[in-house]
Design a protein around this ligand. Structure first.
Ligand SMILES: [Zn+2]
Length: 484
C-alpha cells in the first residue's frame, strides 16, 4: 500500500460510504453513509452528503466510522516501563512504584512516559485520555506531563496526583494552584482533576485534599474498591463528609458493598472499569457486572502499560469477556444456564465512547458522531487485512475483531492525527530516544540484579496466604468448594 499524504489542515474532510456507528441516543447505525467534518466539528452524517468545494474525500467503504474512544484512567508516565510488570501482582506494583523506585522518576522521565503513552492512545483511536498522573513529586514533574500531552494531537485531562506524599500534603501546597492556573487551559481540549486514594483511616486525612479539589473547582478521581487497599470505609468517609459530589470518578470500584454502590449512584458518580487490570492484578472481579445493576454510569480505562494494553479495543474486549464470564459463572453456581447474555457489544462500545464523555462532563462535546459535536473521528479500515471482511455485525466487529493496526485514520477536534495508518506530525524517533534514556537511567539506578528481579517476581515456594481473593458471594461456587 502506498502511503497517501495527510490533507492540509483547514480543508473539510468527508468519509464516504462507511458503516457509521453514530453512538447517538438511539445508537443509530448507518450502513453505506458519510461523515462530513468542517473545521472542528462534525457537520453532517448521512448517505450521499453534498460537501463544500475542496473537501478531502476519504473512501471508507468496507470500514467502520465511529467516535474517538475515551480512556478515563491511564497512568501515562508508566508507559516508559512498558511491559516491565507484566507478571506483577498489585502488591509487587505497590512495592516497586510506591515504596522503592517510583521516586527515582525525574521530570524528563515523566515526559518520556507521557509522550509515548499519549501517542499510543492516539494511534489506537483513543482521542481523549485522562492522565492519572500520580508521580508528580514537584510541579516540574507536572510541567513535564503537560508538555508531553500538549505535544500530542489529543484531548487530555490531567488528573494530578503524587504517591510520594500524603494527599493532604501535596494538594494544599500553594504552588499547585499556581501551576493549575498557569498551565491548565481547563477547556474542551485539556481538563483537570485531582487524583488521590482514600485509605479508610478513621481520621480521614484526605479531607484536606477534597477541600483543595473544591477550592480548585476540580472533580476527584479515586481508586475505590481495591482489595486490600481501598474499601467501603473510604467511600463512607467521603460520603459522610459531603465530598461524594456529582462527576467524581471511582476507578475499579471492584470490591465494594451494595451500600457503597448506592452512594456512588446516588451522588452522581461515575465508574471507570479497567477490566484487563482487574483481571490480573487483584483489585477484585472486574466490576461492570456488579455496578451496572446499580445504575452507575460506566466508562472504560486501560490503567497502565507497565502491564497491559493501551487501546480501547482491548479494554472493550476485556470488559465484555469478564462480564459475560461472571454472568455464566453466577448462573452455574445455582444450577442455571444463561440462554440470553445481557451485556451486548453495543453496550461496551457505548461505555468506551459516550460513557467516557459523560464521565468527563464532555457529553455534549464528544462521544458521538452528530452534527455540532466536535470531530473526534476514527476510521477502522484495513485493505490489507483478512479480518476486515465480511463486515456483518459492526459492534461485534469493533469489540471482537478490530485492532489498533486497523485504525486507518483518526481526527481530533477536526484535525488529522493519524492518516493512512500512520501518526501525523509526530517525531516517533524523539519519543523512542526519550524513553530509551529513561530506561537506561532507571536500569543504572537499580543495578542489573534489581532490574531483572523487579521484572521477574519470584513465585513463592509455599503458599504465603490462603487465597486472599475471597468473594463472599462466591462462597457456594465450585472453585471454592474444590479447594476445601
Ligand atoms: Zn490505576
Amino acid at each position: 500500500m502506498t502511503s497517501k499524504p495527510a490533507p492540509e489542515t483547514g480543508r473539510p474532510i468527508v468519509f464516504r460510504g462507511g458503516t457509521v456507528l453514530t453512538m447517538d441516543d438511539a445508537r443509530t447505525v448507518l450502513p453505506d453513509a458519510d461523515v462530513l467534518v468542517v473545521g472542528t466539528d462534525v457537520a453532517a452524517v448521512g448517505p450521499h452528503l453534498e460537501v463544500p468545494e475542496g473537501t478531502v474525500e476519504v473512501d471508507a467503504s468496507g470500514g467502520i466510522v465511529m467516535p474517538g474512544m475515551i480512556d478515563t484512567h491511564r497512568h501515562l508516565w508508566q508507559t516508559a516501563m512498558r511491559g516491565y510488570g507484566a507478571d506483577w501482582t498489585l502488591t509487587q506494583y505497590f512495592v516497586w512504584n510506591y515504596l522503592s523506585y517510583g521516586k527515582l522518576f525525574r521530570p524528563q522521565d515523566i515526559y518520556a512516559g507521557n509522550l509515548v503513552g499519549a501517542l499510543e492512545a492516539i494511534d489506537a483511536g483513543v482521542t481523549t485520555t485522562v492522565d492519572w498522573s500520580h508521580n508528580l513529586q514537584t510541579t516540574d514533574h507536572a510541567e513535564a506531563a503537560v508538555d508531553a500531552m500538549q505535544a500530542t494531537p489529543g484531548r487530555f485531562v490531567l488528573a494530578y496526583g503524587n504517591i510520594q506524599a500524603g494527599p493532604w500534603e501535596w494538594s494544599t501546597r500553594p504552588e499547585l494552584a499556581d501551576f493549575v492556573n498557569r498551565r491548565i487551559p481547563r477547556d474542551e481540549m485539556f481538563g483537570f482533576q485531582l487524583a488521590f486514594d482514600v485509605t479508610g483511616d478513621p481520621a480521614f486525612p484526605e479531607k484536606a485534599a477534597y477541600e483543595a479539589a473544591r477550592e480548585l473547582g476540580a472533580k476527584v478521581t479515586t481508586h475505590a474498591g481495591v482489595w486490600g487497599a481501598t474499601n467501603d470505609d473510604g467511600i463512607r468517609l467521603a460520603y459522610e463528609n459531603g465530598f461524594m459530589t456529582e462527576g467524581n470518578i471511582y476507578v475499579h470500584a471492584a470490591t465494594l458493598s451494595t451500600d457503597s454502590y448506592q452512594r456512588i449512584a446516588g451522588t452522581g458518580g461515575f465508574a471507570s472499569v479497567a477490566a484487563e487490570s482487574e483481571s490480573s492484578c487483584g483489585q477484585g472481579y472486574p466490576s461492570s457486572w456488579s455496578i451496572r445493576k446499580h445504575g452507575i454510569p460506566i466508562s472504560l480505562s486501560n490503567d497502565t502499560s507497565v502491564w497491559w494494553s493501551g487501546d480501547g479495543f482491548s479494554a472493550m474486549r476485556a470488559t465484555l469477556n469478564a462480564d459475560r464470564a461472571r454472568e455464566h459463572h453466577e448462573a452455574h453456581a445455582t444450577g442455571d444456564t444463561v440462554t440470553n447474555i445481557s451485556l451486548r457489544c453495543e453496550d461496551v462500545v457505548g461505555w468506551a465512547t459516550r460513557g467516557g464523555a459523560d464521565a468527563l462532563g464532555l457529553g455534549s462535546v464528544v462521544g458521538s458522531l452528530e452534527p455540532g459535536r466536535r470531530a473526534d473521528v476514527v476510521l477502522i479500515r484495513n485493505e490489507d487485512s483478512p479480518v476486515m471482511f465480511p463486515l456483518l455485525n459492526p459492534y461485534g466487529h469493533v469489540v471482537m475483531q478490530a485492532q489498533r493496526g486497523d485504525v486507518q485514520a483518526v481526527l481530533v477536534n477536526g484535525k488529522v492525527a493519524k492518516w493512512d495508518h500512520k501518526l501525523v506530525g509526530v517525531d516517533l524517533g524523539a519519543a523512542r530516544a526519550a524513553v530509551g534514556e529513561t530506561v537506561e537511567y532507571l536500569r543504572g539506578q537499580l543495578g542489573e540484579e534489581e532490574w531483572v528481579k523487579g521484572m521477574n517476581p519470584e513465585i513463592p515456594e509455599s503458599k504465603v496466604l490462603d487465597n486472599p481473593y475471597t468473594y463472599t458471594d462466591y462462597a457456594s461456587a465450585d472453585t471454592h468448594k474444590s479447594k476445601e
